[in-house]
Design a protein around this ligand. Structure first.
Ligand SMILES: Nc1ncnc2c1ncn2[C@@H]1O[C@H](COP(=O)(O)OP(=O)(O)OP(=O)(O)O)[C@@H](O)[C@H]1O
Ligand SMILES: [Mg+2]
Length: 250
């Protein structure tokens, strides 16, 4: 088991108010780490800190260390870091262009595509890896706005894959999706971990239990517990975790 990301004593603040406290956690390569916890527990702040999305927010500050493959992310070039750690937001919206153009947009901008033949191959691979190829292969030139919400969600995953990141951060990727679309996104996440390392923030405790190799429970800015998913759900060590996963919270 190789640590892809190591977080050491991380504290995050907005307007000097601490919203994430003394967080030490590892994310293991080619695993899915699920993060669960009630609203305002710091889950999104954690993801945004991992790819330095909050760095431009003047009210935000942080202390502590985060390493990607042993390299300190706060010393890295930002564009390089974001290529390696990509984030998919809750309810992402495709660009108002064709399915094909949506996928090639970022790789083109980053200079990753030089030949048209490479381009077709990248589009096909990204759509296959996002489990969407079979559904859209005959209409790559139709507008991305004309496919279903669940398909748009997987298209946004394909857009990320086209840039070939190492880590993918998902922030509530299935909010607003029906159970069948949710199941498809979950299936593609499980397939993706062969190639990528995944951190999945979810409000859906059952989703964490279905797809996470490990699950972490955050509460009011603190990591209450992290364990193998099977252990955490069958025999949580902390009473607060037990209350949360059994829906007896609050
Ligand atoms: N940009 C911001 N400016 C000020 N405070 C913020 C900002 N973003 C988040 N917060 C505060 O930080 C705390 C943690 O928020 P965060 O969004 O990380 O929680 P969360 O666990 O993702 O919640 P949810 O489940 O509702 O998405 C909350 O108290 C929130 O109000
Ligand atoms: Mg959030």
């Amino acid at each position: 088991m190789v640590n892809k990301i190591e977080v050491r004593d991380l504290n995050c603040y907005y307007n000097k108010r601490c919203v994430l406290e003394s967080l030490t956690i590892n994310v293991i390569q080619n695993e899915i780490l699920s993060i669960i916890g009630p609203a305002n527990s710091g889950k999104t702040t954690f993801l945004r800190t991992l790819n330095r999305m909050n760095d431009l927010d003047a009210t935000y500050c942080r202390k502590g260390e985060i390493y990607l493959d042993g390299e300190h992310i706060f010393n890295m070039n930002m564009e390089n870091l974001r290529k390696r750690i990509s984030m998919l937001f809750a309810m992402p919206i495709p660009l108002p262009m064709t399915i094909y153009e949506n996928i090639v947009y970022a790789p083109k901008r980053l200079g990753l595509i030089t030949r048209k033949s490479d381009q077709d191959a990248i589009v096909e691979q990204a759509l296959r890896d996002a489990s969407l190829w079979d559904e859209v292969k005959d209409r790559l030139n139709t507008s991305a706005m004309k496919i279903s919400g669940g398909q748009q969600q997987r298209l946004c995953i394909a857009r990320i894959l086209a840039v070939n990141p190492e880590v993918i951060l998902f922030d509530e990727p299935c909010s607003g999706l029906d159970p069948i679309s949710t199941a498809k996104v979950e299936e593609s996440m499980i397939e993706l971990k062969e190639k990528y390392t995944i951190v999945l923030v979810t409000n859906n405790v059952k989703q964490a239990s279905r797809v996470g190799d490990k699950t972490a429970f955050f509460l009011m800015g603190k990591l209450v517990e992290i364990d193998e998913t099977d252990k955490l759900f069958v025999s949580p060590k902390e009473k607060q975790t037990e209350n949360y996963i059994t829906g007896r919270f609050g």
